[in-house]
Design a protein around this ligand. Structure first.
Ligand SMILES: C[S@@+](CC[C@H](N)C(=O)[O-])C[C@H]1O[C@@H](n2cnc3c(N)ncnc32)[C@H](O)[C@@H]1O
Length: 302
């Protein structure tokens, strides 16, 4: 396993945004290496509670740091292995009706990119897996070998924002007629070594494999009902597709981003927007270049 599981982005700003109440109940729906979770716990009193979710069990078994091991002994903390799209079911199971804050740091962790065998990176020869939850579901190879040309082009165009999506889809279809595609190095040989294109193709496949945008939409709707009045939601996004969903939702309270108004023209919204897309500062980006694309959005439930 790699030495650093993850370096949390915009740690202080994200956790400050939750305006933590020491005895409150909080959920970190993207535990990862636990950096944000540990910062929340530091601010909680003896009666506070923190649920940390991750659909990747590696996050729980992370042995990278001593601090991580200490979490398991903290009675205020509960790890939840599952997809955040089922947040409502998990909170029901634990008897939690309302929460004071929710943190989401979307996407994958360094652990995913830096673990060759998981297939998230074109830098390493590996099976084309890309599932965050390895217990089930289709892999990137399943998608590459079964989607028709139209569907492949759609995934590449929408999730990778690739203008050449049709041409790339054609190359994949032509290649797989000769032999199925199972490994990262095979895909690289088919598509060429333009790193920009490969980055976006791998991003698109990852988003499709994990239905990242579908899960995000469902989680946001649940968060709206779980948050108590005055409760905060703090979300870090890493690409424009997920950022647009979060931005529209926090502005309007619905997935479509429809702004509703009352008879007098006052905007009807369940949230007060507090942070509208804050970026990491230069000093942080030098220390942690992967924070460059992070955008922070925070809102309070009215
Ligand atoms: C960017 S990392 C979070 C890093 C974390 N904030 C930290 O400080 O180390 C995102 C994590 O969320 C998890 N994840 C992504 N989508 C998820 C989902 N739908 N349900 C549960 N966990 C998810 C990933 O497995 C990954 O570990």
């Amino acid at each position: 396993m790699n030495e650093v599981y993850h370096i949390p982005a915009m740690l202080q700003q994200t956790v400050n945004g939750l305006n933590i109440q020491p005895n409150g109940t909080y959920v970190d729906v993207t535990f990862g290496g636990g950096g944000h979770s540990r910062a929340i716990l530091e601010r909680l009193g003896t009666d506070g509670r923190l649920f940390s979710m991750d659909q990747d069990i590696d996050a729980y078994h992370n042995e990278c740091t001593q601090a991580h091991r200490q979490l398991a002994d903290d009675s205020r903390w509960q790890f939840v292995h599952g997809n955040f799209r089922y947040l409502g079911n998990f909170m029901d199971y634990y008897g939690v009706q309302q929460i004071d804050g929710l943190l989401a740091d979307l996407g994958v962790s360094f652990h995913h990119f830096d673990s060759p065998e998981r297939g998230f990176s074109f830098r390493f020869p590996a099976p084309l897996d890309m599932r965050m939850n390895q217990n089930g579901g289709r892999t990137a190879a399943d998608i590459l070998n079964t989607y028709d040309e139209e569907n492949l082009a759609r995934v590449l165009y929408i999730y990778g924002e690739l203008k050449q999506s049709r041409m790339l889809a054609r190359k994949i279809i032509t290649a797989r007629q000769k032999a199925s595609i199972f490994r990262t190095e095979e895909l690289v040989a088919i598509l060429g070594d333009d790193k920009k294109i490969l980055t976006l193709v791998f991003q698109a496949l990852r988003i499709e494999v994990n239905d990242e945008l579908g899960a995000l939409r469902e989680m946001l709707l649940t968060a709206k009902t779980l948050l108590r009045k005055g409760g905060r939601i703090s979300v870090l996004t890493y690409h424009s597709l997920e950022d647009r969903i979060v931005k529209n939702f926090l502005r309007s309270g619905n997935i479509e981003g429809n702004i509703e108004k009352d008879f007098y023209g006052n905007i009807l919204t369940p949230f007060r927007v507090i942070e509208k897309g804050l970026s990491a500062d230069e000093e942080e980006i030098i220390r942690n270049p992967r924070a460059r694309s992070a955008k922070l959005r925070i809102a309070e439930k009215l």
